[in-house]
Design a protein around this ligand. Sequence first.
Ligand SMILES: C[S@@+](CC[C@H](N)C(=O)[O-])C[C@H]1O[C@@H](n2cnc3c(N)ncnc32)[C@H](O)[C@@H]1O
Length: 330
Amino acid sequence: MGSKYKLLDWIKDELSAYEFDSVLDGFSGSGAVSYLFKSMGKTVFSNDFLHMSYTFAKATCENNDQILDNEDLEILLDMELEAPDFIQKTFKDIFYTEDELLFLDKVSNNIKRLDNPYKESLAKAAIIRSCLKKQPRGVFTISGNMDKYNDGRRDLRLSLQEHFREQIEIYNSIIFSNNKNNIAFNGDIYQFNEEFYSPDLVYLDPPYVPRSDDNCYVKRYHFIEGLSKYWENEEIDYSTKVHKIKKKYTPFSYRRTAIEAFDTMFEKFRKSIIVLSYSSNGYPDLETLVDILGKYKTNIEIKRKDHKYHFGNHKKVSRSKVEEYLIIGS
Ligand SMILES: C[S@@+](CC[C@H](N)C(=O)[O-])C[C@H]1O[C@@H](n2cnc3c(N)ncnc32)[C@H](O)[C@@H]1O
């Protein structure tokens, strides 16, 4: 949800006019933009308060040289070793089959045996993507009998184990070094130490106040967020049908706090070139954001692009046409 994957070429083109060696991707999400900056040869600081986003960035951006080899695969797919049964107990009859839940418990336990933080994050990223692909519609708001969603698609036909092997291969194939010391962070944007790391440019793509429904990432992705840390220190709300973890508060999601949130954030990063990704369906509107940024930056440029977002990945795909902006203060 909200990934800038399809806009990477545009972002790259627009930013190539600016001189910068180091960059903070403050709301990294899928990690796609961090990976773009890495491929542009920048020193990348990648940050997100979700642990799964941190996992993606650690695996693909910070990791310059570790891949999962056959020996690692053997460890990961070892189904003999005793493992905790938390996933089986907690998500029985909610997501996946009992055998698949057993597989997830075993793999999660085996990941810890890899003894290398980059290999661990790669394996976690691969199991997360496997779960996403195997889950009908790719969101964890629906549960129980999923037959009605099964349209015979390959992603639903493959077993979790087959997906996992495939994802490991894909992740292995994208690991490269840009000869920079890139770092992934798992924190709130306001906790980032901008004085110490002093990034030349800060790319900010926060969630925005939703027009309807809500934009909560945890609501849709709670299962994979939990999986990325085996639910350690996470509180599960057992009163919910899908056993969600607690939503993470962010001031960007509410009308009454969003404007101040932008103001505080722009002030925090006033010494860097500030690039805000935003779209025409967001709140506050463009004019307000430019005004706030103008308090800290004298030179403001606005880049625009028409874009269609896709919601859902099943039969009922709706497209919402928006104008995408890069609001750049230098
Ligand atoms: C629109 S998404 C970013 C998408 C990303 N640019 C991509 O291409 O995948 C917004 C992200 O902000 C994160 N987030 C929201 N509030 C945050 C905060 N206060 N500090 C850090 N991350 C936050 C969410 O977890 C989510 O991953």
